[in-house]
Design a protein around this ligand. Structure first.
Ligand SMILES: C[S@@+](CC[C@H](N)C(=O)[O-])C[C@H]1O[C@@H](n2cnc3c(N)ncnc32)[C@H](O)[C@@H]1O
Length: 352
């Protein structure tokens, strides 16, 4: 599944039986150039490494390898488990997403009341590790560990921060009753079984410790009637969702998360909602900036977001996906739409 592939370019005509279909013009030529496969042996990708050395870390070369598919780089450890790339472009986008989310949250990295001197914090699916690094600086008392399928985190980090390559959906080797905080952000599109991850987290959180999830509902909303029924961003996300569902993750699971947190055994559950505008349409200065970043992140990320789910999950060819994205890009230029996403911040406590 996760190897560089090339397909015969095929322009797809409008499929009126497909509710998610967009009108696709003949742009096979542009699409062909846009998906030129990357070279497997790019040595500039081989310098990333992972700090740390617990039994959860595997430093075998296959863990630190990458695979390439349709011109993007993907993780090799548990190959195929995560359907989005991990290359430099995607890492830049993830860091920008971090900045916009933290800005929308009033510069708070976490909301769970963990006090001033937490001892152990873990971030599941840490990505570039930027959250761990900032949390490590904020809480010098804490040992902060970030785990991810991809070894893309920097080596030079605060002394209390460590990164491990591991699968958060497999049993953890940390002791039970260990963490003050298990943090997990933007993982609905990754986890195949969020409930199971929450049960595992519960086991490894100290009595009185907290779990915190920060997840978007990937259905754009609008309060002023400017969003049409056939809003292109909604059609785009429906396609991605459909592909992902066939691969396991439920991208629309966020609304069910408070119930899942409760079912896992947590108490004192809070569900806060933060609005993330798409585009710079909000009057509030911070939200205007958030919207600008989010719009740029979506536009820059269309290919990264769609390619895996739509080729692996929906069986589309890369060229079909590129043609679809061309329509999406055009539609997204309509600045009259005042849409936004709800991001839910859900935290709960393990009983004392
Ligand atoms: C959308 S990114 C979010 C990154 C980070 N949480 C943030 O908010 O900046 C999802 C990350 O989860 C990682 N991931 C996906 N499935 C995982 C799993 N089962 N165990 C560990 N990491 C996983 C991916 O490699 C990717 O880096």
């Amino acid at each position: 599944m996760a190897t560089a592939s090339s397909s015969t370019p095929q322009a797809r005509s409008r499929d009126t039986s497909d509710p998610h279909a967009l009108d696709i013009q003949d742009a096979a030529q542009q699409a062909e150039t846009a998906i030129e496969p990357a070279t497997d042996g790019d040595s500039s990708y081989e310098t990333d490494s992972v700090a740390g050395g617990s039994e959860m870390t595997s430093l075998s070369s296959s863990v630190r390898d990458y695979t390439f598919e349709n011109g993007r780089r993907y993780h090799r450890f548990r190959e195929g488990a995560y359907n989005f790339p991990n290359d430099d472009a995607e890492q830049d986008r993830e860091d920008m997403k971090h900045a916009l989310v933290v800005a929308a949250c009033g510069d708070k990295l976490a909301f769970a009341p963990i006090g001033n001197k937490p001892q152990r914090i873990i971030d599941l699916g840490t990505g570039t590790g930027i959250w761990c690094i900032e949390v490590g600086d904020q809480y010098p008392s804490a040992q902060v560990v970030g785990i991810d399928l991809s070894p893309i985190q920097p080596v030079w980090v605060p002394p209390n921060v460590q990164f491990l390559v591991d699968d958060a959906e497999s049993p953890w080797t940390f002791p039970n009753d260990y963490f003050d905080l298990v943090h997990c952000r933007h993982m609905v599109q990754a986890f195949k079984d969020y409930s199971k991850a929450l049960s595992t987290a519960y086991k490894h959180i100290k009595p009185g410790g907290w779990v915190e999830l920060q997840e978007l509902i990937y259905a754009p909303k609008c309060d002023d009637g400017t969003m049409p029924d056939d809003y292109v961003l909604k059609i785009f996300l429906d396609n991605v969702k459909e592909g992902l569902t066939r691969l396991g993750p439920d991208m629309y699971a966020t609304a069910k998360l408070p119930g899942k947190v409760k079912d896992a055994g947590f108490v004192n559950i809070t569900d806060r909602v933060v609005k993330l505008p798409v585009g710079p349409w909000a009057k509030n200065k911070t939200l205007k900036k958030v919207g600008l970043y989010l719009y740029a992140g979506i536009m820059d990320g269309l290919q990264a977001i769609a390619m895996g789910p739509m080729t692996r999950g929906l069986g589309k060819t890369p060229v079909e996906v590129e043609l679809f994205l061309k329509e999406v890009r055009e539609g997204m230029k309509d600045s009259k739409v005042h849409s936004y996403f709800d991001m839910h911040i859900i935290y709960g406590q393990k009983p004392e």
